[in-house]
Write a protein that binds this ligand. Structure first.
Ligand code: NAD
Ligand code: TYD
Length: 370
């Protein structure tokens, strides 16, 4: 049995990854470390935590004592670092927090992993590492900056972050690289495009749009709605991470993406169409609506002031992970968005739970003024 430390496991992708591991690899013991910020929700993983095969610890990745204690208590061999401040709009409001969590937190995890996993020094002074350990950093395509109309991000694309969020994620990646070079740490990085799927916090585009459509509220589209994101169903991302941990070469970066580029306005229109269709064909879902079904149409679209420094286009070239590891995105967007919408229709309690805190104030701050 291998023990994984999964940080940020109560957030969107982290929780999906925990569920993916539990469903597919019963021989892995999971320790979830999560600070339960506004984006983390214990309820998301409560049914998975059993105190043995899946253990939950509330704590901050920046806290040396907490992290050291985990390494001393459990035979952790793999660290998968999802924990982060993850929302670009919030990073524009408060860059400092992104520096603390995303950079200092990652560096603390690297240091504590190095402390726990090194068993001596070689003749040149490099640390000698325990066998079969791996530090995996969950990164983003946003570290590459923004594309024009053509081209794709490859692993060789120069790093060119443009938002405080992406700058902090890039710095974290550079620290991981520094530990690979300086200490020969067995570490890998995945840089993934935009995810969507169950348990996505409704401050991000797709879940926010779903929530607002169901409530008959305006759908805020930044600028002209022509910015392009490359959407990937979250389970495909989880699978890619696990493949990289198992078969990826230490010290390497792997891009993960779905060749599924869409303008934001297309996403919004597809989501409206899909919800309208489900409501018409499956009237049992109408009880979820807080608006009249007739109001579910494009009139809900509201163009608002653009995001500052809004990256125009992201698009991943996943050739490396495809060729080396045989990964490919399994879920077509049309299927994934249907699955996602149905999940939200069936899990309104979850939505109500996660938006019961400061969400309302956040929403008014963000969209009241636009
Ligand atoms: P999320 O905001 O939904 O979840 C982040 C989780 O980290 C939350 O559970 C939160 O409580 C926890 N957390 C925050 N600060 C912490 C701290 N100091 N200590 C411990 N836990 C803390 O984010 P997500 O969308 O699930 O993203 C997970 C990771 O994947 C992030 O590193 C993000 O940069 C990366 N990523 C996200 C996407 C995407 O589309 N969402 C795409 C590519 C990469
Ligand atoms: P988001 O989900 O915040 O992810 P990211 O900024 O990391 O790509 O946003 C996805 C795209 O949707 C991005 O171009 C900004 C845009 N957007 C809107 O138009 N309206 C919204 O309310 C939100 C949250 C995002």
């Amino acid at each position: 049995m291998k023990t994984y430390l999964v940080t940020g496991g109560a957030g969107f992708i982290g929780a999906n990854y925990v569920k993916y591991l539990l469903a597919n690899y019963p021989d892995i013991r999971i320790i979830i470390l999560d600070a339960l910020t506004y984006a983390g929700n214990y309820g998301t993983i409560a049914g998975d935590v059993d105190g043995e095969g899946c253990i939950f610890v509330k704590g901050n990745i920046c806290d040396q004592k907490t992290v050291r204690n985990l390494f001393e208590t459990y035979p952790i061999e793999v660290v998968v670092n999802f924990a982060a401040e993850s929302h670009v709009d919030r990073s524009i409001e408060n860059p400092q927090l992104f520096l603390e969590t995303n950079i200092l937190g990652t560096q603390n995890l690297l240091d504590e992993a190095k402390r726990a996993w090194t068993i001596g020094k070689d003749s040149q002074g490099y640390p000698v590492w325990k066998e079969n350990v791996r530090f995996h950093q969950v990164s983003t395509d946003e570290v590459y900056g923004s594309l024009g109309d053509d081209g794709y991000f490859t692993e060789q694309t120069p790093l060119d972050p443009r938002s405080p969020y992406s700058a902090s994620k890039t710095s974290a990646d550079l620290f991981v690289n520094a530990y690979v070079e300086t200490f020969k740490m067995p570490a890998t990085i995945t840089r993934c495009s935009n995810n969507y799927g169950p348990y996505h916090f409704p401050e991000k585009l797709i879940p926010l749009i779903i929530k607002n459509i169901l409530e008959g509220k305006p759908l805020p589209v930044y600028g002209k709605g022509i910015n392009v994101r490359d959407w990937l169903y979250v389970e495909d991302h989880c699978k890619a991470i696990e493949m990289v941990i198992r078969k990826g070469r230490p010290g390497e970066v792997y891009n993960v993406g779905g060749h599924n580029e869409k303008q934001n306005i297309e996403i919004v229109k597809m989501t409206i169409d899909s919800i309208r269709e489900i409501m018409e064909k499956e009237p049992e879902y109408r009880s979820v609506l807080k608006t009249d079904i007739e109001r579910i149409n494009y009139d809900l679209i509201t163009y608002v002031a653009d995001r500052l420094g809004h990256d125009m286009r992201y698009a991943i070239d996943p050739t490396k992970i495809g060729n080396e590891l045989g990964w490919y995105p399994e879920t077509k967007f049309e299927e994934g968005i249907q699955k996602t919408i149905r999940w939200y229709l069936k899990n309104q309690d979850w939505v109500n739970d996660v938006t019961s805190g400061d969400y309302q104030q956040y929403y008014e701050r963000m969209y009241g003024k636009r």
